[in-house]
Design a protein around this ligand. Structure first.
Ligand code: G6Q
Length: 545
């Protein structure tokens, strides 16, 4: 069924690809109105894309033919759509605000979801009002989240994004890297008596997280004089109670989540505890409300007016038809400075696959490389390539009409730059315009081509009134569903991550070989290739231990 839909999309591409967007705008005064839509607090302008009505119709038809609607229904119904791990995919349950049940194997998960949210609410309130104290009776002033990947990127991005709502005097820190520098640099600034650690690990077996947690534990015990202090300074977020107990954290201080929540989709529940502590549970809840509004839009809006579907299909358009290998995410908002890193995991770990659900190889391209930086910094760095380089790189601009820090003209300048970049990428600058701009002083002929901008470079612009928790929740849910839509079209499982396993296993084997007197290098036994063996040997020789 989708083969015919792909043929239509290809035919649309053949027709539209030679067109310049300037001409498309000139010939269609209603283009911007038609190619825009609202979802919750976000307005999307997607008119600066290399599309026309027929191309959009063909893309939406491809979404239908790829079973997006049926798969969406299956996800929300708690079916085990993560087939390679035999799991349901129900992060939407964590932010479900309706009264209807959401079931997995006939069991309503909502009572347990609400119970954990209530536990988070109570705990974050006690911490913030000074009722929960450290071992010595001191008020907690610093919360350190120890986690990695999905147990780090979401909450750290959201804490940065919502920093304006944080309570002064309660700081959030995130330690993820197993590089001892990360932990040391954070601990160096902290007072153990006033520090609370959240050990966030779904499995509670992750090497980096457990190594960091043990270091933090030793630091605390050393400073506060005994194991008894651990209970007041460590809580855990996990789906593995025995692992938590074994580490020495009372499971009464454990916040649970479930195997139907994928790591990179988990900031809406217990993994969001540092967010709730940092900005308060009400603000956290508002983030859930925003995500829920986007979920409802995703479920209810016709595909033609459905923001995650439109963005997902535009991504497929550039990836599969135009061969665009990457796309740039350009938030014009300093508070969103970790958003590109967050989206890298969401998109690349979800859709960086080359095998379809049935185990056969994909025929074409799958997920793109995601990268970006906040504006306007990027403009003075890599935008040169976006405007005049040889790659086609679609971009998403994200901006709020109002700033939380309305200082002088700053925000007007920021907005102007954001809007101007989309315009410049689309319009470009023709040789005639270059000449006209230099009236009376035409450039040397050899210089002219350097000053020409080809334009016709696509972008989306997402605008909201103000980047509050509601808008943030809706924004993240928008991208989650966009990635979901693309996964459906690519025919892959967006919810597993087998690609991270091999490196982990090899690191375990190499670790003992790096220390003199512990293992021998595997070169002699032929375990490693010659390059790896020599690297191990060189590091062994140079290490000062
Ligand atoms: C995300 C991945 C991965 C995971 C980390 C941490 O979807 O599964 O990034 O979140 O490997 O895992 P733990 O939470 O189990 O420590």
């Amino acid at each position: 069924m989708s083969a015919a839909a792909w043929d239509d999309v290809r035919a649309a591409y053949e027709r539209v690809a030679p067109e310049h967007m300037r001409a498309l705008f000139a010939g269609d005064p209603a283009r911007a109105r038609r190619f825009s839509c609202d979802a919750g607090p976000w307005y999307l302008d997607y008119s600066k894309n290399r599309i026309d009505d027929q191309a959009m119709a063909a893309l939406i038809a491809l979404a239908r033919a790829s079973g997006v609607e049926a798969r969406r229904a299956a996800m929300f119904a708690g079916e085990r759509i993560n087939v390679t791990e035999n799991r349901a995919v129900l992060h939407v349950a964590l932010r479900h605000r309706g009264a209807t049940p959401i079931t997995v194997d006939g069991q309503d998960v909502m009572p347990s979801v609400r119970a954990v949210l209530a536990q988070m609410k109570a705990f974050s309130a006690r911490l913030r009002n000074g009722e929960w104290r450290g071992f010595t009776g001191a008020v907690i002033t610093d919360v350190v989240n120890i986690g990695i990947g999905g147990s780090d990127l979401g909450p750290s991005m959201a804490c940065e994004a919502l920093r304006k709502f944080a309570r002064p005097g309660l700081r959030a820190h995130f330690v993820s890297n197993v590089d001892g520098t990360h932990m040391s640099e954070v601990l160096r600034r902290l007072d153990p008596a006033c520090t609370l650690f959240i050990v966030a690990s779904k499995t509670f077996t992750t090497q980096e997280t457990l190594t960091n947690a043990h270091t933090a534990r030793a630091w605390l015990i050393n400073a506060l004089g005994g194991e008894a202090a651990v209970a007041r300074h460590f809580v855990a977020v996990s789906s593995n109670p025995p692992g938590v107990r074994e580490f020495g954290i009372d499971t009464a201080n454990m916040f649970e989540f479930w195997d139907w929540v994928g790591g990179r989709y988990s900031m809406w529940g217990a993994i969001g505890l540092p967010i709730a502590c940092h900005v308060g549970f009400e603000v956290f809840e508002s983030m859930l409300e925003g995500a829920y509004a986007m979920d409802k839009h995703f479920c209810d809006a016709p595909l033609e007016r459905n923001m995650p579907v439109i963005m997902g299909m535009l991504g497929v358009w550039y990836r599969a038809l135009f061969g665009a290998a990457s796309y740039a995410i350009l938030p014009y908002d300093q508070y969103l400075h970790r958003f590109p890193a967050y989206l890298q995991q969401l998109d690349m770990e979800s859709n960086g696959k080359s095998v379809q659900l049935d185990g056969t190889a994909v025929a074409g391209a799958t997920g793109p490389i995601v990268w970006g930086e906040p504006g306007t910094n990027g403009q003075h760095a890599f935008y040169q390539l976006l405007h005049q380089g040889t790659h086609l790189i679609p971009a998403d601009f994200i901006v709020a009409a109002n700033s939380h820090n309305p200082v002088g003209r700053h925000h007007t300048l920021l907005l102007a730059n954001c809007i101007a970049q989309g315009e410049a990428l689309m319009r470009g600058k023709t040789p005639d315009e270059v000449r006209a701009g230099l009236a009376g002083m035409p450039p040397a002929p050899a210089l002219l081509p350097h000053r020409v901008f080809p334009g016709n470079r696509p972008s989306n612009t997402l605008v909201t009134r103000s980047l509050d928790a509601y808008a943030l929740g809706a924004l993240v849910a928008l991208y989650e569903h966009k990635v979901f839509v693309q996964g459906c079209v690519f025919g892959i499982n967006s919810f597993d991550q087998w690609g991270v396993e091999l490196g982990k296993r090899l690191a375990q084997a190499i670790e003992p070989e790096l220390e003199q007197g512990r293992g021998e290098t595997g070169s002699r036994a032929g375990v490693h290739d010659a390059s790896t063996a020599r690297l191990i040997q060189r590091v062994r020789d140079w290490r000062q231990i």
